[in-house]
Design a protein around this ligand. Structure first.
Ligand SMILES: *Cc1c(COP(=O)(O)O)cnc(C)c1O
Length: 230
């Protein structure tokens, strides 16, 4: 079981490197977030031992339960976040990937100001406008960023998307290139509270294509830990 984990992580790193080189970058330019939802602590400890330092969880309750059992891990909240749960995670996570409304951004600002911190966040964009997914529309991004200047205790570090699931990841290549274009455009603008650094896109099924199109942060679960049962 653990040997398999080792092999999986090696494969993922190799694929990341190849895709990075293909897009004119180095493996080190891409951050790997190991998505640990439903994964037990022992397996996660083993993955940490191999060198993984960034863990992503999509549920607040699970994240909060796991955080205390680790040292030296950067935690990422990658799933939909309800406003009434912001308080529970605000001093536990490195980056919130899933900010999808101004109300949520406002609440994050309130809670982080109470903790005297500045919370790094990503705006989740629903590029394909799937009904089943969270995220703002791509043409709403600039307006959203204007609003962010009102809040002193957040910093917008970039954009995140979840592409539609396609057996053939080539089909979602245009989704990634569209968001990369938006990311590059905004990165050039000088703005209070905006400091674009991360473009979080790519999961097990499509991370190679996402990196080729300019992603610098991939969120990978099953390619590392195996198929989830849930
Ligand atoms: C579960 C999840 C992932 C990882 O999915 P895999 O297909 O297992 O790699 C990435 N991002 C989000 C937001 C998730 O919820």
């Amino acid at each position: 079981m653990l040997e398999k984990l080792n092999e999986n992580i090696t494969n993922v790193f190799e694929n990341i490197e190849k895709a990075a080189i293909k897009s004119g970058r180095k493996a080190n330019d891409i951050q790997l977030i190991a998505v640990t939802k439903t994964i037990d602590i022992d397996k996660m400890k083993y993955a940490q031992g191999i060198g993984l330092k960034n863990f992503g969880e999509n549920r607040v309750q699970e994240l909060v339960k796991k955080v205390d059992q680790f040292n030296g891990i950067n935690w990422h909240l990658i799933g939909h976040l309800q406003r009434n749960k912001v308080r529970q995670i605000i001093d536990k996570v490195e980056l919130i990937h899933s900010v999808d409304s101004e109300k949520l951004m406002k609440e994050i600002n309130i809670q982080s100001s109470r903790k005297n911190k500045i919370m790094p966040i990503l705006i989740q964009v629903n590029v394909a406008q799937e009904k089943s997914k969270f995220g703002i529309k791509i043409d709403e991004v600039e307006g959203f960023i204007e609003q962010a200047t009102l809040y002193n205790n957040i910093i917008i570090k970039g954009l995140m998307t979840i592409a539609p699931f396609e057996e053939n990841a080539e089909l979602v290549r245009p989704i990634f290139s569209e968001l990369k274009e938006k990311y590059d455009k905004i990165k050039k603008i000088e703005h209070k509270n905006i400091e674009f650094e991360y473009l979080s896109m790519g999961m097990t099924n499509d991370y190679i294509v996402a990196i080729e199109e300019g992603s610098n942060m991939v969120r990978i679960g099953s390619a590392i830990f195996g198929q989830r049962n849930l």
